[in-house]
Design a protein around this ligand. Structure first.
Ligand SMILES: NC(=O)c1ccc[n+]([C@@H]2O[C@H](COP(=O)([O-])OP(=O)(O)OC[C@H]3O[C@@H](n4cnc5c(N)ncnc54)[C@H](O)[C@@H]3O)[C@@H](O)[C@H]2O)c1
Length: 333
């Protein structure tokens, strides 16, 4: 067995963490041969609830789990961590727009960026789930200047998984048979789900998803459904997506840690180098491949005119969020 790695989950008493912790602790993310210690961060009023989560982890009798540290101290939570799932934030309630969330949440990510900078390993891989995830990841990275910017990512994998399911259902195949659906941009209603480079396997034959998916379905049903799926789950459950968000967080970190499969790419929001006309320096969702713990943006893909104009909208939103977040952090708002 490899040495023990340290993994922090913030918002550890919350609903996403409740699904996430079990999957991490049983080896679904870092490998079924990788021992780990879990650091669980939440706020002081949640320490009683967190103790219950710790009891349940103990009661799972998980062979890989060597240690569990529940805490309300960021110093202890981030000490020597190899991987960080930053889930803890105020969730979006019914009728609440993402912008309302921004001011409340970016300060949390400023504090946590500073703590990561001081206490985490410089190689730490950070996945931000708490919304607005892209901008929170940017803020966190900004306040952790000693850690490479490539180590900060935000989650659009839930959007990818939602899109992949819809495409598979439409084509009458399993989700495993669909590859390379892309989510571009922000994890918000301006995100750009894109099937132009997707392919699928049916009856042993590999085909491009287009033109088998007609444009009318793609533009008028598929894209709005994926963009608004989070709001639809909230309307139905009166709570934001949790089981599916936890699964997506595991998929994201597993692929980053263990590598993507040959011929497949996944969507991750990462620091933009200006590829595909995205603004440089924001956390933008791109198609990436991963190997050896590093991600690489896939280059040379077809981007249709319709997708390109939507990319401008999501880019504009990310630039506005960045400016607003930095103003909040600097006490100007
Ligand atoms: N990126 C995505 O695809 C995606 C999908 C679903 C939900 N989310 C977001 O994930 C976040 C968590 O959702 P949830 O349903 O688990 O919410 P939840 O309210 O059930 O849990 C959030 C937890 O975070 C804790 N918390 C608040 N401030 C904290 C801080 N400063 N440090 C540590 N913990 C803190 C809360 O006490 C709570 O226990 C929300 O922001 C939600 O919008 C993102």
């Amino acid at each position: 067995m490899a040495d023990v790695i340290r993994v922090v989950v913030t918002g550890a008493a919350g609903q996403i963490a409740y699904s996430l912790l079990y999957q991490i602790a049983k080896g679904d993310v870092f490998g079924h041969n990788q021992k780990l210690a879990l650091h669980l961060l939440d706020i002081p009023p949640m320490m009683g609830v967190l103790q219950g989560v710790v009891m349940e982890l103990q009661d799972c009798a998980l062979p890989l789990l060597q240690e569990v540290i529940p805490t309300d101290s960021v110093d202890m939570a981030f000490k020597d961590v190899d991987a960080a799932f930053l889930v803890g934030a105020m969730p979006r309630r019914e009728g609440m727009e993402r912008k309302d969330l921004l001011a409340a949440n970016v300060k949390i990510f400023k504090d946590q960026g500073e703590a990561l900078d001081k206490y985490a390993k410089k190689s730490v891989k950070v996945l931000v789930v708490g919304n607005p995830a892209n901008t929170n990841a940017l803020v966190c990275s900004h306040y952790a200047p000693s850690i490479p910017k490539e180590n900060f990512t935000a989650m659009t994998r839930l959007d990818q998984n939602r899109a992949q399911y819809q495409v598979a259902a439409k084509l009458g195949v399993g989700v495993i048979d669909v590859r390379n659906v892309i989510i571009w941009g922000n994890h918000s209603a301006t995100q750009v789900p894109d099937v132009a480079n997707a392919s699928y396997t049916k009856n042993g034959e590999s085909k491009r998803a287009l033109p088998d998916l007609d444009n009318n379905w793609v533009n008028n049903e598929f894209v709005p459904l994926v963009q608004k799926r989070g709001a639809a789950v909230i309307a139905a459950r009166k709570l934001s997506s949790a089981m599916s968000a936890a699964k997506a967080a595991c998929d994201h970190m597993r692929d980053w840690w263990q590598g993507t499969q040959s011929g497949s790419f996944v969507s991750m929001a990462v620091i933009s180098d200006g590829s595909y006309g995205a603004p440089k320096g924001v956390i933008f969702s791109f198609p990436v491949t991963t190997s050896g713990g590093q991600w690489t943006i896939v280059q040379g893909l077809t981007v249709g005119d319709q997708v390109r104009s939507k990319l401008e909208l999501t880019a504009k939103e990310l630039l506005e969020e960045r400016d607003e977040a930095m103003a909040v952090c600097e006490g100007k708002l």
